[in-house]
Write a protein of this length. Structure first.
Length: 289
């Protein structure tokens, strides 16, 4: 991580297209494969519901997506692995965008281990100890679910290109995990009607939690969140998103070197707005409902 640059967009909470961040990642990943720098991209979204490719193929996915859109959710299908995930200001998203410059970079699990180590060290700075392994009943389940005391707060997916790769994670920092799980459960209740039960996760409301809940960083003055399609998240653990993002940056900075950063900055070219918009449109056309 000596030359890993940090791109922190967690304060950008205007109602952007939910595919904006994924389009930016796609372009940065292409650049990394062509000699550009490794980057850790941190971002949040005000209100979105992002499906995986398998979710988009469920029998009534379009109808379920329409209901969410009517309630003010930006709905999109991402081009990385994993399943449905709700996003809001209490969720911090991380992308590790890295070139494939060593033989071990071809190993599937090596990508996930890098992200796991980064998040584990950041969570430790907040007083928690994260474990990895699938949490049955969680949303977006996988072998690299991150949990504390058996309740999941983070999921990891990846997008691999020819000469680079992008490991993406969502981290539930604030609010109530049960409210978000209820939203995902209701999505599948509509979208998966008539589908085989193996085609989607059976989401339980007691399997997800936020870092605020799991580490005790709880804002008792915050309002509770309601589940279902009309649900949101209150102020429980307010401020932990910023603290978690700061912890991630502190972990990275401990490994950076002046020479590494100088080389990375010399190779950096951020995509222009029109490039990002064009890529978002391309992703929507290719992966949309």
């Amino acid at each position: 991580m000596s030359g890993l640059l940090i791109l922190d967009r967690t304060d950008r909470l205007e109602a952007d297209d939910p595919l904006h961040a994924f389009a930016l990642d796609e372009l940065l990943c292409r650049a990394a494969g062509a000699g550009g720098p490794a980057i850790c991209h941190l971002w949040r979204h005000p209100r979105a519901f992002v499906m995986g490719l398998r979710d988009s193929r469920l029998p009534r996915a379009r109808e379920a997506a329409g209901r969410l859109a009517d309630l003010g959710y930006g709905v999109a299908v991402r081009n990385s692995g994993g399943a449905a995930v709700p996003l809001d200001p209490g969720v911090v998203n991380l992308s590790l965008i890295l070139p494939k410059d060593r033989a071990e970079d071809m190993a599937f699990h090596g990508d996930f281990e890098r992200m796991y180590d980064l998040i584990r060290m950041a969570v430790r700075r907040l007083g928690g100890e994260a474990s990895k392994g699938e949490v049955v009943g969680s949303y977006c389940p996988g072998d690299f679910d991150l949990s504390i005391a058996g309740r999941k707060f983070c999921g990891i997916a990846q997008r691999r290109q020819v000469k680079s790769y992008n490991v993406q994670a969502f981290v539930i920092a604030e609010g109530e995990g049960a409210a978000r799980a209820s939203l995902v459960r209701e999505f599948y209740a509509v979208a998966a009607e008539g589908a085989d039960s193996s085609a989607y996760p059976d989401v339980g409301t007691d399997r997800m939690a936020s870092l605020a809940e799991l580490t005790g960083a709880w804002d008792a003055a915050g309002g509770g969140a309601q589940g279902g399609f009309g649900g949101g998240n209150g102020g429980k653990g307010a401020g932990l998103s910023a603290r978690f993002a700061a912890a991630v940056k502190d972990v990275i900075r401990a490994y950076q070197t002046p020479a590494g950063i100088a080389r990375a900055e010399a190779a950096l070219r951020l995509p222009a707005s029109d490039e990002i918009e064009a890529m978002a449109a391309s992703l929507r056309s290719r992966y949309g409902l």
